[in-house]
Each structure stands twice: as C-alpha cells, then as structure tokens.
Ligand binder design. Structure first.
Ligand SMILES: [Zn+2]
Length: 179
C-alpha cells in the first residue's frame, strides 16, 4: 500500500511538475510570441519614433515654418493649384520634406500631371506613411512624412508607368535640393 501510494504520489508530483513546466513554457512562448511581432512591427513601421521632430509642439512648428507650409504640413491644408514654383522645377535633384529635411522624391520620378500640383510616380522607400482620409466623403489615401509626420498630399491610381501611382504633393511642403 505504502509503496503503491508512494508511487502514486510520485506520479502525481511528476504530472504536476510536468504541467507546471509546460504551463511555464506555454506562458513564456505566449509572451515571446506576443512581444516579438509588436517590437518587430514598431521597429519596421516607425524607425523615426524617437525623432526630435516628433516632440515639437504646434507652436514650435508655427515658429519654424512659413505660414502656408505650416498650414499644409501641420493642419492638412491644400495649397491653391498652380501656385507652386516647384511645378516648373526640372533640374536633377531631390525633393525633401520642408518640415524635417527627409528626402522624399527624386526629380527622375516627377511628371507633368496637369493638376497644378507637383506630381511624382513613386517615392524613396520608407519616406512616407499613408492613411485613409475621409474629409471629402470619398476615401482618399493621404500621406505624411515618415519622420516628422507632416502632411504632404494624396496618392491616386491614375499615375504613369511604371507604378500607375500619382503622388499629388503640396509644393509648399517640399524643398528642392539640386544634385
Ligand atoms: Zn518631415
């Protein structure tokens, strides 16, 4: 009886140990599984999360930017069509975010869209973040500078080859640097 009870007891203990062990492993595996994608996602989706530009207040931006650029970049305004001097900019170079200096478009990707806004068919990978804008009742894809989160424009599917995309950008949100 004792031996049998002892054996049973041992078995129960083993089972309990095994259960605790597997429960620990399960909890650890769950913790790793839930933390890893979140971290990977945060790092991949937002490499500029710690940027000092993200810490600027609305007042800071107002003091740093020309009024029209401030309204577009920080309050999602749209410049009047045909108003941007960058429409006629045909030199080789790079278009940067006026807010933070991040390079966004190369001159090779600029095309004449006839819309009155500087237009590009693609952008430097990682330079833009996109979100759906419902302001006019029809869903449009709005894009922001990936670093300072300043609003730049909207992207449409009626662009030229090779992408078929049209990045319709406010000129006041950009700064051109010749090559
Ligand atoms: Zn920026």
């Amino acid at each position: 009886m004792i031996g049998r009870n002892g054996l049973n007891l041992l078995r129960e203990t083993d089972v309990m140990n095994a259960m605790n062990l597997s429960r620990r492993h399960f909890l650890m595996a769950t913790a790793v599984a839930s933390a890893a994608p979140a971290l990977a996602h945060a790092a991949a989706a937002d490499p500029y999360a710690a940027s000092p530009f993200r810490k600027l207040s609305d007042g800071d931006w107002r003091a740093r930017l020309p009024p029209a650029s401030f309204e577009v970049l920080r309050h999602e305004d749209t410049e009047p069509p045909g108003s941007s001097p960058l429409l006629g900019e045909h030199r080789k170079g790079t278009f940067h975010c006026l807010g933070c200096g991040l390079a966004i478009f190369k001159s090779d990707w600029k095309f004449e869209s006839g819309t009155g806004w500087p237009s590009f068919y693609t952008y430097i990978p990682g330079a833009l973040l996109k979100k759906t804008d419902l302001k006019i009742g029809v869903p449009r894809t709005e894009y922001h500078c990936a670093q300072c989160l300043g609003h730049h424009g909207h992207v449409f599917d009626d662009g030229p080859k090779p992408t078929g995309k049209r990045y319709c950008n406010n000129g006041v949100a950009l700064k051109f640097i010749p090559a």
